[in-house]
Design a protein around this ligand. Structure first.
Ligand SMILES: *[C@@H]1O[C@H](CO)[C@@H](O)[C@H](O)[C@H]1NC(C)=O
Length: 323
């Protein structure tokens, strides 16, 4: 008799849920009243706890908490996707049952009515897990909850950073590249200068590429007058003329590793004199393979046999001579 009354209470609570969606306010106050007046004895507060991320090869403990109040437990069932892999039925002599599901290896010594432990998880075990709890007869009131677990494969090598300049001036274009070996899922790469995150802007370009099973790659390009460096150049020479560039590699909340490099800042005037300052407009066109009728056509013998630096020097000398 008592359990029938409990059943009525459980049922009326479900009714409250329905009403709630239809007559919001009315139902809400009705729930409060019913909670105060009746203390239902049935399965409630079912919560599932599944690690968001687990490193491949490690164990994972999934758990399910519930309040049966005075009802008895009939069974707890665990599913990976739609496949049941573990069941706990307290009224059986041996209450634990394991069902063969590809890749799942249940650690029975660490599994019970509220949790199940999986040994040596593999990448294939990333996905959705469900816990289903049923009350015993006569109601068999059942609830189910699901949560996602991601199995992570860590990169084997440390991240590496390469920079195109060790010292940069206010008018320099600067590029750095950070790479890290294959991981699953591909890592996220974040850039920092002196501990502050660098955001993407038109003068601070950041790209990231990752393909499954290959290296993750991120490039950072900083153009003159970028927001991130402007402050440092303006503060010079009052402060230490260098910055710390850091590349952080992360995979969810499980893996973080970084590599850093000190970069000097220079506010010395540019050492190379712009050809334009010497009236050498023509040298540019010439370098592009268009030696039209500029005054510098005569320099053509030098181009094949010299390094670019000495070509510039030769051009400059010629131009000065012609002036
Ligand atoms: C990368 O960052 C995004 C945005 O913060 C996040 O949603 C995603 O889960 C992260 N991926 C990894 C592998 O950490």
């Amino acid at each position: 008799m008592a359990s029938q009354r409990e059943g009525a209470r459980c049922a009326s609570r479900r009714g409250a849920g329905l009403l709630h969606s239809t007559f919001n306010m009315l139902a809400f106050s009705w729930i409060i009243i019913s909670e105060l007046m009746l203390s239902a004895h049935c399965l409630k507060d079912l919560k599932i706890f599944v690690p968001e991320a687990v490193i491949m090869g490690n164990a994972a403990t999934l758990s399910c908490q519930y309040d049966l109040e005075q009802a008895a437990l009939y069974a707890v069932r665990w599913y990976f996707g739609q496949e049941e892999f573990y069941r706990y039925v307290p009224r059986e002599a041996k209450p634990t049952f394991v069902f063969a599901v590809a890749g799942i290896n249940v650690d029975l010594t660490n599994s019970d009515a509220t949790s199940v432990t999986l040994k040596g998880v593999t990448r294939e075990l990333s996905g959705s897990y469900q816990c289903e709890v049923s009350e015993d007869a006569p109601l068999f009131h059942t609830e189910i909850r699901s949560a996602h677990m991601q199995v992570i494969e860590l990169p084997k090598d440390d991240p590496v950073m390469q920079v195109d300049k060790k010292v940069i001036g206010a008018n320099d274009h600067f590029k750095a590249v950070c790479t890290v070996g294959p991981s699953y899922p591909p890592a996220n790469i974040t850039w920092y200068i002196n501990g502050r995150k660098i955001y993407k802007t038109p003068l601070q370009r950041i790209t990231q590429d990752a393909f499954e099973g290959s290296t993750t790659y991120s490039s950072l390009e900083i153009y003159p007058h970028s927001q991130v460096l402007q402050g440092f150049f303006q503060a010079m020479p009052k402060y230490q003329p260098n910055i710390m560039l850091l590349c952080e590699v992360s995979i969810l909340h499980v893996f973080h590793k970084s590599v850093q490099q000190r970069i000097g800042l220079s506010n010395a005037p540019p050492t190379t004199i712009s050809p334009n300052l010497l009236g050498l407009e023509g040298s540019k066109r010439y370098a592009n393979g268009d030696p039209d009728n500029s005054a510098l056509t005569g320099a053509s013998q030098c181009i094949c046999c010299s390094a670019v630096g000495s070509v510039t020097l030769a051009l400059a000398t010629l131009a000065v001579a012609q002036l």
